[in-house]
Design a protein around this ligand. Structure first.
Ligand code: MG
Length: 158
């Protein structure tokens, strides 16, 4: 039996924050604002995994009103989500993530991101796809006010 999941997330770009995507710090003049490390890509991925099992969303699991999750490393939260996946008797088939960002160029970091997520998810790199796109200077992403990320995943009955 297989189950499909989908997740999306948006965070605002601000000065004086690190830019963390898929757990990798990407050098940039702006970073994403959020209660945790604001790793928009990992958040979309976690919502896809939780969605596949109809377990709600990351806001339910890790409330942003909780001091426990202030500045949280989202990849550590992803490991917790993967524990839920195994407890429900599923394993990752594959995931495909798209990050929408006008700048900086993410290509040099894509393989690092895939390796980092694969390690956190106990998966192999070929199960993890990470892609990046600009939005041709259009909308909030194009105007560099924020970034968005979208993820789908397939879970397979273990
Ligand atoms: Mg988020």
């Amino acid at each position: 039996m297989i189950r499909i999941g989908y997740g999306m997330d948006v965070h605002k770009l601000v000065e004086d924050r690190k830019l963390i995507l898929c757990g990798i710090e990407v050098p940039h003049t702006f970073g994403l604002l959020g209660h945790s490390d604001a790793d928009v890509a990992t958040h979309a991925l976690m919502d896809a995994l939780l969605g596949a099992l109809a377990l709600g969303d990351i806001g339910k699991l890790f409330p942003d009103t909780s001091e426990e999750y202030r500045g949280a490393d989202s990849v550590e939260l992803l490991k917790v989500v993967m524990e839920h996946v195994s407890e429900h008797g599923y394993r990752l088939g594959n995931t495909d993530i798209t990050i929408a960002a006008q700048r900086p160029k993410l290509r040099p970091y894509i393989d690092l991101m895939r390796e980092n997520l694969a390690a956190a998810m106990n998966a192999s790199v070929d199960q993890i796809s990470v892609k990046a796109t600009t939005t041709e200077n259009l909308g909030f992403v194009g105007e560099e006010l924020g970034m968005s990320a979208y993820a789908v995943c397939l879970l397979i009955k273990a």
